[in-house]
Design a protein around this ligand. Sequence first.
Ligand code: NAD
Length: 277
Amino acid sequence: MFAPDETLPRLDKTPTDLVLSGKTALVTGSTSGIGLAIAKALSFAGANIVLNGFGDKDQIRNSLQSLTDKDGRATYSPADMSRPDEINDMIMEAKTMFGNVDILINNAGIQHVAPVETFPPSKWDDILAINLSSAFHTSRAVFHDMRENGWGRIINIASAHGLIASPYKSAYVAAKHGIVGLTKVLALEGAEAGITANAICPGYVWTPLVEKQIQDQAEAHGISEDEVISSVLLKNTPTKKFAQPEEIAELCLFLCGAGGNSITGQALPVDGGWTAH
Ligand code: NAD
């Protein structure tokens, strides 16, 4: 009963093996940035993909095309992650199309920066709904099938702000700490059923979201974009570098493979040493 798992990774495997062939991965917020990189990596490893998120229709069509070019199977759901009814419809459609959701990546997220006394309550509600509650609704909808199948992977893209705080990010920090807590509960409830649940906690990752922030902050502070990067964004990052979205995707891929069988309930920083302070 307690023998090691038969499916431990073989070290002679090449990265191009379709290790996720036959599995279906739903990645929320995957029309750009980190989510899109994760969807591409899981597709490359053979998984069917459900893309989700907002954005330009042509760009979304191109992303979908790039996933299906090499015999991959993929679909797109425009479901709004702040709407539990749309989340449930998205999961039902994914199951109708592919049979199951085996891998759930809760990635959709938004940000708003303001002092707590002027923080708009509507922004608080939106951030809690999209960055935290959506992960409860998606997990709740896929958990039964994962348990029945004896296999599942839930990966929550949290943040270094799931482990530490910064000023002016009350809703974001609360939601990200919350999703780390949810991750631990899912890990405990799924442990005996072959379901793992982990949170990845990135520091600053070079995505359109961050690029936009740099321009905005440079204009707001009247300083150069280089100064924003060094004295605001990367001030507390020992490596003084942004991570690339593909680094987060590689970790997801690892957690979905046999090497991730015993990693569960963890909050894994990918933050250039930020939280080592
Ligand atoms: P991004 O803006 O490039 O991507 C966000 C994605 O979420 C997009 O696809 C967008 O359409 C989608 N989205 C937003 N609201 C949605 C909604 N209501 N319903 C469905 N989809 C919605 O941002 P990113 O930098 O790739 O961030 C992805 C995740 O990584 C977020 O949860 C973010 O908090 C987290 N994160 C990012 C960084 C970073 O530095 N970029 C650092 C730590 C954590």
